[in-house]
Design a binder for this molecule. Structure first.
Ligand code: ARG
Length: 453
């Protein structure tokens, strides 16, 4: 690539500094797929003879098999995946190989490879999101009637069911799914034909290339096509958000596995011990998932920052997009995989959850709503119930142990039907608005997800 313009190769330190093949070799199958489609267009345009086209096809097929088998020698002096493959092809087949790069630049070539990669990996992430949703759904189904305290500010707030809790994660994972799906749609644009930045005087049939590669749209501006990495930024954001969701899920599980909560027990298969304390059983898979999320954010910020000062079209800075992209894809795929494997093995200590859910304070809001139903404005009912809570705390007993007489001292609206307020199951049964955790709602949501997933 330097022959002609330069008298000698770049210094070895410069070569080592600028090479990307140690990272972008992973794009080899996309690169070869792209070259095969490009060669077909070159043949259709009469640039390649039928025989040359055949030689290129056969040569690239062999190279792909060699790479897959780990038998290909990557040369850092050849800079990147594109040059490595083209150089070996040309060494083997001569003139035909030297014609392959006609009307193409590595600038549109790398944009193509990345789009193919993002489309394929987005589909894979979507499949893993769906798989995890199914795992979480089966947990929701198994534990749909286990009651537990719901928390806000990590303080006991109101009762929910564990089924309702798991369904909440399915909602978040569904948003992740739709974001990644939409990202793949935006990646679905063929950039090949943009050349270095201004197309080529040799005009190829871009529609033909798009069809062969499964792209549904063509880029409409060559400058934009080589400089655009929006689809990578977007994917990194979507992956960061998946990480954030799994991190919050992890945080709940970690807390729930403590002796203080005792709501769940991790399976030994997904826990680790301490090198010092013989009694320890640590929830490392969840902690690592929480921790790796920091790196997912970092990858997004890294690329956004790389992009922000770039002039139009291709700049070599763009080579820095691959490390964060590959890392986030690998990390999220692993995290989704470990969650799908780990969750079915989690033991739910439903007795512990239900005991915690039986805290009558969780029904203080129900008590206020009892007064509202008897005509008291909610603000007044809130304050009145608050006074009862304070009395109970002072007396050192639970809210449901305040006597009817004492209740009537704070409001005449209390009657003997008030005792029914403290029935946890009937309280749950009343939460029937769409999205609220009444058992029949939870069952309906489970049925809805079963048909969707
Ligand atoms: N390795 C480069 C990258 O990943 C390929 C494009 C190089 N283009 C160039 N004009 N140097 O971005």
């Amino acid at each position: 690539m330097r022959q002609g313009r330069f008298e000698k190769p770049a210094s070895e330190t410069a070569q080592l500094y600028s090479e990307s093949v140690s990272i972008d070799w992973r794009l080899y199958s996309q690169d070869i797929k792209g070259s095969l489609a490009h060669a077909a267009a070159l043949a259709a345009a009469g640039i390649l003879t039928k025989d040359e086209h055949e030689q290129i096809k056969a040569g690239l097929t062999v190279i792909e098999a060699e790479i897959a088998a780990g038998e290909f020698r990557w040369e850092r002096s050849l800079e990147d995946v594109h040059m490595n493959i083209e150089a070996v092809l040309t060494k083997r087949i001569g003139v035909a190989g030297a014609k392959l790069h006609t009307a193409r630049s590595r600038n549109d070539q790398v944009a193509l490879d990345l789009r193919l990669y993002v489309k394929a990996e987005a589909a894979e992430v979507c499949a893993r999101l769906r798989a995890l949703q199914r795992v979480v759904l089966s947990l929701a189904e198994q534990h749909q009637n286990v009651l537990m305290p719901g928390y806000t500010h990590l303080q006991r707030a109101q009762p929910v069911s564990l089924g309702h809790y798991f369904l909440a994660h399915i909602e978040a994972l569904e948003r992740d799914y739709s974001r990644v799906f939409a990202c793949a749609e935006r990646a679905d644009i063929l950039p090949l034909g943009a050349g270095a930045l201004a197309g080529s005087t040799i005009v190829l049939d871009r529609e033909l290339i798009a069809r062969q590669l499964g792209f549904s749209k063509l880029s409409q501006n060559s400058l934009d096509a080589v400089g655009d990495r929006d689809f990578v930024c977007e994917f990194l954001f979507d992956l960061a958000l998946i990480g954030m969701h799994l991190s919050r899920f992890s945080e709940d599980l970690i807390l729930w596995s403590t002796a203080e909560f005792g709501f769940i027990t991790f399976s030994d298969d997904f826990a680790t011990g301490s090198s010092l304390m013989p009694q320890k059983k640590n929830p490392d898979m969840a902690e690592l998932t929480r921790g790796k999320t920091g790196r997912l954010y970092g990858n997004l910020i890294a690329l956004l920052t790389t992009m922000k000062g770039l002039p139009a079209s291709y700049n070599r800075d763009l080579q820095e997009d691959k490390r964060p992209l590959f890392d986030s894809v690998d990390t999220v795929k692993d995290a989704l995989g470990i969650f799908a494997a780990m969750l079915p093995e989690v033991k739910v200590n439903s007795a512990k959850m239900e005991t915690a859910a039986s805290d009558p304070n969780l029904l203080a809001t129900d008590l206020a709503e009892y007064l509202v139903k008897k005509g008291m404005p909610f603000r007044e009912a809130h304050e009145t119930t608050g006074r009862l809570v304070a009395r109970a705390i002072k007396a050192g007993h639970a809210l449901n142990n305040v006597s009817l007489l004492e209740m009537q001292e704070v409001s005449r609206l209390f009657e003997d039907d008030v005792l029914a307020v403290f029935d946890l199951r009937s309280s749950m049964a009343k939460r029937t608005a769409l999205g609220a955790p009444a058992p029949q709602n939870v069952a309906a949501q489970i049925a809805r997800w079963e048909s969707l997933l």
